[in-house]
Design a protein around this ligand. Structure first.
Ligand code: BGC
Length: 700
């Protein structure tokens, strides 16, 4: 008899940790699959129904494993549906769309990181079956996925047929040279905990007799290995799956403990606003689910491991939007993500060289190697083919990566990282900018033909964000290099042997930073977003307040480029990132000018407006943008959560609570808080790590 923890496991009772979906609404299925995804930074699996439904799109991904069809860019590989299970009762399939559902509830238990399902169903002959199931991606052992299902015939006895044949017991596939092995170990137990079968009982052709009122249970473990971790992934997966099934109770306990540790470090607690509390936990749940401090070869894609959006590619979303959360609550994970940028530095150098520049130009969209994998074209639903220029022009990514390197080091003082990797990134990105700028007749350095964060305006000159961040990058690289030369002369010499940097070169960065064109107008205190922006047509966005489509769709791509409407914060983004370098009146003037002109055509947009509005004390606007951010996935308010949750918006939500409402400033000598909490937030408490100390904070 087997006594596992499965029957006694239950969801957390406190509703502030739960996301509950009652009933079943077919059209919501894709967005729910994203919301309810389970992941552990190595594996991620969409929260699809085990038996499927007409709109199910199950998918399980492995971080960093990509494949490409000829002529297209790489996408995250989908491994087979490891938790597929169909159940038939007396010859009738148990499905939500056949018979009558008496009860159906799915619960994402964020505290335990377990996805639950409770289902009571009556077939057309009146037979009532109860199902209780859960699944999770182990946070303690990243190679494991666990799925347990309990089946109880409530008012009948009869043949029960289980079919999990889609999930063969072991498979091996190869993708761009990486072989992936998935092995399953299963067992079916009777009400006394006796094993009555395993894989053969899940083949779909071996019914067994189930007794009225008795609970039968399927316990299954999938283990995944790739040739990146071992040269015998198949053996490793098979052995691991069998072993884990035999230690299921321990596997469950380890997973729960691992999440307890994560939440202890990362939970932001809000008293007085249960919806905001849940939204913040939802954000942290997905962020924590996608990180892996043990793998420096991968980073987090725009939709994490929850869906196919952006094909799993890594963008500035990671460094600018998600990373601060990790830097302050899980620095080991932040470090691994930055190391991904270090390991992809050779590709960034090649990317710069390909365009005739020096140093490192990071790929706008990056996959396994760091080569630029931004698609060049996209087809619209109307059949139009649109050229995508972001891969060629959105160069600010290099400064964004540099910014994250510095921010991480400043908050952790992880000198080893700086000396082994970070400084090289700072130098190579500064080098890129030094070759990218052009000294023109006005005696100023200019950066022509770029796309800033606002992608509604392409091929623009002197984008304020790009120039401002390039200036910051050049100055910071110069400062840090000089500091290293003084404090760590030996290491500095070693770095010099790898990427010789002369004093003249450092001086040239300072000169460029001093003389770069910034678009700043002393008179108005405004930055012009790019050359000519102020002459564009001004359109009153309040006239479109009730729109359901983004502004570029309403006006058309060509037309919107002739207007001042922007897709997302650009100057405001610069103000946010370089906050302490700008006078208060400049921050305010730019926010007040650009905020009404922003169409929020990107999920990255509202969170930054929330942070800046909160810091400026504009609480009504800050709360409005905070909620808009929270609803991007929780209410699918951009209509595209089906492709995965929006990781940058989730990181942005955390930033708006911590850097916005709580007003955390990481100063030179100590962190400070200047809180502006929403009225309903009676109290905010959190922990964070700064320069090797943990701080426990409660506001007010
Ligand atoms: C935004 C980018 C972002 C990308 C992925 C785009 O819509 O404009 O800034 O990196 O989505 O989230």
């Amino acid at each position: 008899m087997l006594d596992t923890a499965v029957p006694s496991l239950a969801p957390t009772t406190d509703p502030a940790w739960l996301l509950v979906e009652e009933g079943f609404t077919l059209v919501r299925e894709h967005e729910l699959e994203s919301q309810f995804a389970i992941a552990n930074g190595y594996l991620g699996s969409r929260g699809s129904l085990a038996e499927g439904c007409p709109l199910s799109a199950p998918a399980t991904y492995i971080a960093g494993v990509f494949d490409a069809e000829p002529g297209s860019v790489p996408h995250l590989v989908e491994i087979h549906d490891w938790c597929h299970l169909s159940v038939s009762i007396c010859g009738q399939p148990l499905r939500l769309d056949v018979g009558r559902t008496l009860e159906h509830r799915r619960i994402l238990d964020m505290r335990q990181a377990i996805l639950w399902r409770f289902w009571r169903h009556e077939d057309k002959d009146g037979r009532i079956t109860r199902i209780r199931s859960f699944r999770f991606a182990s946070q303690a052992d990243r190679h494991l996925l666990v799925h347990c299902v309990e089946i109880t015939p409530e008012n009948y006895s009869g043949p029960l047929l289980l079919d999990a044949s889609l999930a063969a017991s072991a498979t091996q596939t190869t993708h761009e040279g990486v072989s992936v092995s998935v092995a399953l170990a299963n067992r079916v137990l009777d009400p006394d905990g006796r094993v009555i079968g395993s894989t053969e009982l899940l083949s779909g052709n071996q019914p067994f007799r189930a007794k009225r009122g008795s609970t039968y249970r399927l316990e299954r473990v999938a283990a995944v290995y790739t040739s990146r971790e071992t040269d015998r992934p198949n053996e490793a997966a098979q052995r691991h799956a069998e072993d884990a099934l035999n230690r299921l109770t321990e596997i469950i306990a380890d997973h729960q403990r691992a999440w307890q540790i994560r939440w202890h470090a990362s939970d932001v607690r809000i008293e007085g606003a249960p919806e905001d509390q849940r939204a913040l936990r939802f954000a942290a749940y997905h962020l924590l689910s996608c990180a892996n401090p043990d793998d420096e070869r991968v980073s987090i894609g725009a939709r994490g491991l929850s869906g196919p959006g952006y094909k799993g590619h890594v963008l500035w979303d990671t460094e600018i939007f998600m990373l601060p959360f990790f830097t302050l609550t899980w620095p080991e994970a932040a470090r691994a993500m930055l190391m991904y940028r270090y390991h992809t530095l050779p590709a960034a150098r090649a990317n710069a060289a390909r365009l005739g520049y020096s140093g490192a130009l990071y790929a706008w969209e990056s996959a396994a190697t760091g080569e630029d994998v931004t698609p060049s074209f996209v087809g619209t639903p109307e059949g139009e083919v649109i050229r995508i220029l972001t891969g060629e022009q959105e160069h600010h990514i290099s400064a964004d990566v540099a910014y994250a390197v510095w921010q991480y080091w400043d908050a952790t003082r992880d000198d080893r990282f700086l000396l082994d990797a970070g400084l090289e990134i700072l130098i190579e990105t500064a080098r890129f900018w030094a070759s990218r700028v052009v000294l023109e007749e006005d005696g100023r350095y200019h950066i022509r033909c770029v796309i800033g964060p606002d992608e509604y305006h392409e091929s623009v000159d002197d984008n304020a964000y790009t120039n401002g961040m390039a200036q910051w990058n050049l100055e910071t690289a110069a400062n840090v290099a000089e500091r290293c030369a003084v404090y760590w002369p030996e290491e500095w010499q070693a770095i010099g042997r790898r990427i010789a940097v002369s004093e003249e070169e450092i001086q040239s960065w300072r000169n460029i930073a001093r003389d770069i064109y910034t678009g700043f107008d002393e008179r108005t205190g405004l930055f012009e977003q790019f050359r000519g922006y102020f002459e564009l047509e001004d359109i009153d966005l309040s006239r479109f307040a009730n729109r359901i489509a983004p502004m570029d769709v309403i006006l058309g791509r060509e037309n919107i480029a002739k207007t001042k409407i922007i897709k997302q914060p650009d100057v405001v983004m610069l103000v946010y990132l370089l906050w302490d370098r700008l006078p208060a009146e400049v921050r305010k003037a730019n926010f007040e000018y650009y905020e009404p002109r922003c169409g929020h055509g990107s999920s990255l947009s509202p969170a930054i407006h929330a942070v800046v509005a909160a810091r400026l004390g504009n609480m009504a606007l800050a709360e409005h943008y905070f909620r808009q951010t929270a609803e991007i996935d929780l209410a699918n308010n951009m209509g595209n959560s089906a492709a995965g949750v929006h990781m940058a918006a989730l990181g942005g939500l955390w930033q708006s609570a911590v850097f916005g409402f709580a007003g955390l400033h990481l100063g030179e000598s100590e962190p400070r808080f200047q809180p502006n909490l929403p009225e309903s937030w009676r109290r905010l408490s959190m922990r964070f790590q700064w320069r090797n100390n943990w701080f426990d904070v409660a506001l007010p």
